[in-house]
Design a protein around this ligand. Sequence first.
Ligand SMILES: Cc1cc2nc3c(=O)[nH]c(=O)nc-3n(C[C@H](O)[C@H](O)[C@H](O)COP(=O)(O)OP(=O)(O)OC[C@H]3O[C@@H](n4cnc5c(N)ncnc54)[C@H](O)[C@@H]3O)c2cc1C
Length: 430
Amino acid sequence: MNEFVIVGAGLGGSLMATLLGRSGRRVELLERRPDPRSGPVEAGRSINLAISTRGLHALEEIGLREQVLGMAIPLHGRMIHPMRGPLAFQPYGTHGQAINSVSRLGLNQALLGAAEATGTVRLRFLRRCVDLDPESGEVLTVDARNGLGEERHPGIVIGADGAWSAVRGHLQKRERHDYSQTYLSHGYKELHIPPAEDGSHRLERHALHIWPRGGYMMMAMANVDGSFTVTLYLAFEGPESFHWLRAPEDVSRFFERTFPDAVPLLPGLHQDFFANPIGSLVTIRTRPWHHEGTVALLGDAAHAIVPFFGQGANAAFEDCLALSGALTRYSGDCARAFPAYEADRRPHADAIADLAIANFQEMRDKVASPLFRLEKRAEALLHRLFPDWFVPLYTMISFSRIPYAEARDRAARQRRAVRGIGLGLLLLVL
Ligand SMILES: Cc1cc2nc3c(=O)[nH]c(=O)nc-3n(C[C@H](O)[C@H](O)[C@H](O)COP(=O)(O)OP(=O)(O)OC[C@H]3O[C@@H](n4cnc5c(N)ncnc54)[C@H](O)[C@@H]3O)c2cc1C
């Protein structure tokens, strides 16, 4: 008999399985895809992703921090590519802090290895969850390849099956279950900058490259093999949008006009552009995150957010620690642990969801403006002069474990105080 059944062996599910397994619990980890450690994997979203302090802390708890850092490229700041003129580097922190570009596949493989190494986690690939009985906590799966071979998996269910969670779908059918999904008007497409002939990176590898263009933008993050994964964020419809980029000449014209310095770096532009799908960007909020003591949700299944603060996986990892902590605090009594976990985490998930949307506007519209750069420099100076009083929002989110909602509220207080001081000084001068 399983104690826990986790649906989804992505980033959150495999970390949660490891935490439970390390505390001696018997876990069945169900995943609809094949084992990413052997054979080809389904082409998915975001080949690499940024792991920062929150994620590293969770990885440290299961002894994976150094291994993951060993396969990461630290990014010390943003490199802004204006339409014209020289590149501008904006450091992330005043103390050389860095976010870490990691391969999603490599991270998932490491987490699955850690789950398996506990000895109490049973991994089951190619099992797709198709039904759930929230009362008894039993999951029904089929063989993901042909929809046959039904199997029942009894146990306390944890839904870690991503933004389009089947587990959440079954909770949603119940009375008084709130759910909302909001799409951005923009989508994303991944492109590829190959390594230089000598295998080196064609751009500065220790920076997150951004091409801010007002209503849209492009980003690039280095991979360890010398390549960069590039993501174009563009509206689906409207004057400058995916809708108008239908023929190779449209794509060439658009890139030559808006991202001229990137064009020579993208030899496979047309091939990538027409082969790769356009991903959508959704914010999902739902409540409750649990049912009695039988089912709980974590990660994107509970709160999918847009990727502009690079926090989705970091937040999923924080959920795992919070859920595991609640289970320990309540001695495994899920009926008490699950509500406590939700009460602890949901306000912070809501906060980072809002902050991530706001950061999209900042990245695409503001980072190139001289006023914005001045503001960032002023923030860095204030932080250096009064490190306990003034901490920039980005620093709190990416380089601290201050809960997201507290970071948001503190940033708002700081902003008000700084404006008040500025106004006071102005009045004095006048
Ligand atoms: C373009 C982009 C860039 C991003 N960049 C960052 C970043 O820089 N930093 C960051 O922290 N986050 C980033 N994210 C967010 C991050 O990818 C997610 O928040 C994170 O993967 C959530 O982990 P999860 O375990 O909840 O879900 P997932 O990682 O999506 O895992 C869910 C798993 O469940 C499986 N599954 C789904 N349905 C079923 C089913 N019915 N039965 C069985 N298994 C099922 C899936 O196959 C998958 O393996 C980015 C996201 C996108 C889209």
